[in-house]
Design a protein around this ligand. Sequence first.
Ligand code: SF4
Length: 343
Amino acid sequence: MTEPLLRVRGLKKHFPIKRGIIPKVVGHVKAVDGIDIDVMPGQAVGLVGESGCGKTTAGRCILKLIQPTAGEIVFDGQPVHAFDRAQMTGLRKRMQIIFQDPFSSLNPRRTVYDTLAEPLQLHGICKTTDELRVEVRRLLGRVGLDPDYLDRYPHEFSGGQRQRIGIARALAPRPDFIVCDEAVSALDVSVQAQILNLLADLRRDLGLSYLFIAHDLAVVKHLCDTVAVMYLGRIAEMGPTKALFEDPKHPYTRALLSAVPSPHPGRRKQRIALKGDVPTPIDPPSGCRFHTRCPYATADCAKETPPLDRVGDHHVAACIRIEEIRKEDAAAAAAAGSAEASH
Ligand code: SF4
């Protein structure tokens, strides 16, 4: 069996909270609290959840842009978690990131040529000015921009075009793995679709692997093969995209999916409203972290931390009541059906 390109085990990132005149650590923000993810060669894995669930922190830890607190990150057999800055420089060209905000991620004082030439020089891909210009033009064409735009500045482009430049910058070192961190969320819906199509084409043509971080489940549906749903620093459910969308097991995934608009206006889903706000990751709830908001919670949910149990083929969910919830829902549907029939 093929080995994963990226293998993450027990990843944690706890940010210390310091207080006082002589700063003392008084607690920790448990942004990521023990997650496991595999990304196979050529695979796109979605990492979704509400804002503050830890998904962006997880992506940055995986690329070692920030230092994880604990856990293993193995990329193509290499223990990235143990690498120092110099060792990471060698690997950096293979692991790239596309940022959320195409407006702030580009330097307004640098032309497109300057922006794209830098990684090409840094990673020794082009040596001469002639080679650089040819490669920058090729990259612009690859992301659907006119190669003659190379001497323009970021303010001369639309949001979608700037994100294409961000994608070209990530492609420049010829990576095999890219973290797309909310790569389309700052864009209009129609532009989002164009960028998602471009990312899908690049993946197919270049054999890229993605970790696609998003707060919107609808965005990952067409691009990703596998989706992991995060809640308060942990994975609540992970599985093949089709299974997760058609038969979500975890109440949190079900609530998120119920908020995704249906493409079929006639088939309206019942919206599952969640109680309250996301609790603080400084002092997360005991047991199942979702119990303070879960419509199916019982007293036991606050006592036990649910493990990620197998619920289908390559499909896992962290909930101790999945079977009971299925029966409760079936009974409720049967009761609703017989009430309708008697009218
Ligand atoms: Fe809800 Fe309990 Fe399942 Fe957590 S373990 S998702 S609180 S039913």
